[in-house]
Design a protein around this ligand. Structure first.
Ligand code: GTP
Ligand code: MG
Length: 195
């Protein structure tokens, strides 16, 4: 699945724009700046296929990447960006809700959590949304290279406690660094084994 190059297909701003549901897909959700686009670049090994940036709120559309004839990778707009206008936030939320609850071929949502910060209330909100939509989700810890080994356990404990409250949560966490490559092979293998 990850042998070939990944290709950007399209950015979607309304349900009517979704590509045909002709293959399985996984999506990447998380707070603005958590590292969604960087993770997609690392997973695909196609540098720059997803636009990563220091400017929060960079990805404002649901971006579809063709990973193979059997798989789409889906980069979701980041949430919890304080400076986004309310009207924009509400529009995203509506689209996100429709997408998560209405996409037959969506096999798993990966919820990205910064290894330094743990689960925040906006993350809890998306997790509850996934519970209601009955979409299995798995937490991917990002930017592992930015935390010291000794600070890691506490954050992981907080994340596990948060997950225990969510029916749709898959218990196993994946620790990653898009920068160093940690956990990327593990995540590829998890995706490759979904059916
Ligand atoms: P939005 O599209 O705004 O929601 O952000 P995003 O979640 O797609 O984040 P993005 O991938 O653009 O990364 C945000 C910033 O974090 C960039 O400056 C990245 O270089 C940095 N970053 C992402 N992943 C890592 C990582 O594993 N380690 C380190 N050190 N920095 C990272
Ligand atoms: Mg992004």
């Amino acid at each position: 699945l990850f042998a070939g190059q990944s290709e950007f297909l399209k950015g979607v701003v309304a349900m009517s724009g979704l590509p045909p549901a002709d293959r399985i897909e996984v999506c990447f959700a998380g707070r603005s700046n958590v590292g969604k686009s960087s993770l997609i670049n690392a997973l695909t090994g196609t540098k720059g296929v997803a636009r990563a940036s220091n400017t929060p709120g960079r990805t404002q559309e649901i971006n579809f990447f063709v990973q193979s004839p059997e798989l789409y990778l889906v980069d979701l707009p980041g949430y919890g960006y304080a400076n986004a206008p309310l009207a924009v936030v509400e529009k995203w939320q509506k689209l996100l809700k429709q997408y998560l609850s209405g996409r037959q071929t969506l096999r798993r949502a990966f919820v990205l959590i910064d290894s330094r910060h743990g689960v925040k209330s906006v993350d809890e909100e998306i997790m509850s949304l996934l519970d209601s939509a009955a979409v299995t989700f798995q937490v991917v810890m990002t930017k592992a290279d930015k935390v010291k080994e000794k600070d890691r356990a506490k954050v992981l404990e907080q994340v596990r406690a948060a997950l225990s409250k969510h029916a749709a949560a898959y218990p196993e966490l994946v620790l990653t660094s898009s920068e160093k490559g940690d956990g990327i092979a593990t995540l590829r293998s998890i995706i490759a084994h979904l059916d």
